[in-house]
Ligand binder design. Structure first.
Ligand code: ADP
Length: 508
């Protein structure tokens, strides 16, 4: 770690203690104050209550139980959502099995492709509504949901529609057969995009689906169910059921599920792995991360600072591949810290529906408590905290963009996934030390390398134990590119040809 002089420490700590923008000669915050520019929501027609989408119809949950889903930025209730129990899960799996046997597994790939293309186009047509509801229900800025989540969700359906009639060419002459019924469980950070990541390859490969969105963000998956209904897929090919952990567990444990695909926390992933052990269910897990974003002294530093910001602050750090550990070459530590201090002072935190918002709401009260607890642990362990001194709205769940310097590798904030807009900065002197520190984690989902030298990116790439490595960029996704982890970040890949392999049995 770079040793700072006392006066340097105070300068940084001093900035944290008072409004960051006010402590700097150039007051970016005021220079660029924008008028509010919220997306209109009057055309969004949410139902008061959502049932379960099973067998192509909307079914009431047998037990008659519902739970509320709220907007994390206002704490207002948006809708009631059905809570599926084991009986409802059984109905959904049975519907998926019937659809598999009767229609989907028998349909030629070129016909399946037409349906999948139709879903892709329907997402594009409803893009605005989907983006707004995503931001209302999840708290992420409309910039992100409009420009990233929704277009990528459509792209995943387009991409996989293209594979549906070409599976015989995907695996070097081997014949690919579908697995059957896929039980898919997704988290709250990319509700629509994760649904697309899971459903599109499953359908392309001829499987049928029961998908459960996260309990805090069910709405865009339910809107997707409506689109799928409008696309007239055969009944039961896609079933979308809502509920919390017990609903997910019932899906995982259902004996007629052939494949479980899970994205979420490492804890729950381990539980699921235990639950399917000894069965012949196929499993892919995409779990937590503690990615290292590595900045060499020869990197274009301003660009790197933008990469850091998009890697951890946009999306409130609610990304499993968030660049939550910054490894900076010691000689540029102070300049990076200064640039980052200035940059976070310009980030606009607030209404997710405002087109100028950079950092939205934390997804739930529970998540906010977890972030606060880990930040306190960072302070207690002696790291130096810098937070943007932005005004936070009175209602809703918020956390200001924050980073820590003087972080030891053993600190909790350097080891545990915070899943919030909180960055831990460490330093290194040599590429070998950067590799040692970057790999010193139980996770291995992603990493970033910033340097002027392409050869150094490749050298690092060969040694970093992470599934995705970005070079001079961060958090970029494409359906053609496989995504997945090493170590406790899980196994299996989603996207690309490799992602198809998780949904087929190969013969010959
Ligand atoms: P996160 O920390 O991202 O909220 P979780 O792992 O708690 O991740 O949740 C991810 C998804 O897993 C959610 O849809 C949640 O309802 C579901 N889930 C939680 N517990 C279980 C469980 N025991 N079995 C199956 N799914 C579960």
């Amino acid at each position: 770690m770079a040793k700072k002089t006392d006066s340097q420490s105070k300068a940084i700590a001093g900035r944290a203690a008072q409004p960051v923008s006010g402590s700097h000669a150039l007051d970016f915050g005021k220079a660029w104050t924008y008028a509010p520019s919220p997306e209109a929501t009057d055309h969004i027609k949410l139902d008061k209550r959502y049932e379960l989408f099973i067998g192509g119809a909307w079914k009431k949950p047998r037990a008659g139980k519902y739970f509320s889903t709220i907007s994390p930025s206002t704490e207002e209730k948006l809708a009631d959502v059905a809570e599926a129990d084991a009986h409802d899960v059984d109905l959904a799996v049975t519907a998926a099995r019937t659809a598999f046997d009767k229609y989907w597994s028998k349909m030629p790939g070129r016909e399946r492709a037409k349906y999948i293309y139709r879903i892709a186009r329907a997402i594009q047509e409803k893009a605005r509504e989907l983006a707004i509801v995503e931001s209302m229900n999840g708290g992420k800025p409309i910039k992100e949901s409009r420009d990233v989540d929704v277009p990528l969700a459509a792209a995943h359906f387009f991409y996989h529609a293209g594979w549906a009639d070409k599976l015989d060419y995907a695996f070097q002459g081997r014949r690919a057969r579908p697995l059957g019924v896929a039980g898919q469980i997704i988290p709250w950070n990319f509700p629509l995009l994760m649904a697309a990541w899971k459903i599109a390859p499953a359908l392309a490969c001829g499987n049928t689906v029961v998908l459960k969105p996260a309990e805090t963000t069910p709405l865009t998956a339910l809107l997707l169910a409506k689109l799928i209904e409008e696309c007239e897929l055969p009944p039961g090919v896609v079933n979308i059921i809502t509920g919390a952990g017990p609903t997910g567990a019932a899906l995982v444990n259902h004996p007629d599920v052939n494949k479980v695909a899970f994205t979420g926390s490492t804890d729950v992933g381990k539980r699921i792995q235990r639950a399917v052990a000894g069965t012949n269910k196929r499993l892919t897990l995409e779990l937590g991360g503690k990615a290292a974003n590595i900045i060499f002294a020869d990197a274009p530093l301003d660009q790197a600072v933008e990469g850091i910001v998009s890697g951890i602050y946009f999306n409130q750090g609610h990304v499993c591949c968030a660049g939550s550990r910054l490894l900076v070459e010691e000689s540029v530590h102070d300049v990076i810290v200064r640039k980052l201090t200035d940059r976070i002072a310009t980030l606009r935190v607030g209404d997710p529906l405002d087109k100028n918002t950079d950092v939205g709401a934390i997804n739930s009260k529970m998540q906010l408590t977890k972030i606060q607890e880990l930040v306190k642990a960072g302070e207690d362990e002696g790291s130096t905290r810098v937070s943007a001194a932005c005004a936070l709205p009175a209602k809703g769940f918020w956390f200001p963009p924050t980073f820590f310097t003087d972080v030891a590798q053993s600190s909790r904030i350097a080891r545990e996934e915070i899943f919030g807009p909180v960055l831990s900065i460490l330093t290194f002197r040599t590429p070998d030390e950067a590799i040692e520190k970057a790999n010193n984690t139980m996770y291995g989902l992603s990493a970033g390398v910033w340097t002027d030298k392409g050869a150094k990116i490749f050298w690092m790439g060969q040694r970093l134990k992470a599934g995705v490595i970005w070079g001079n960029t961060y958090n970029k996704f494409d359906p053609t590119s496989p995504f997945g982890g090493f170590k406790e970040s899980g196994f299996g890949r989603e996207g690309g040809r490799q992602g198809l392999a998780a949904y087929v049995e190969l013969e010959g």
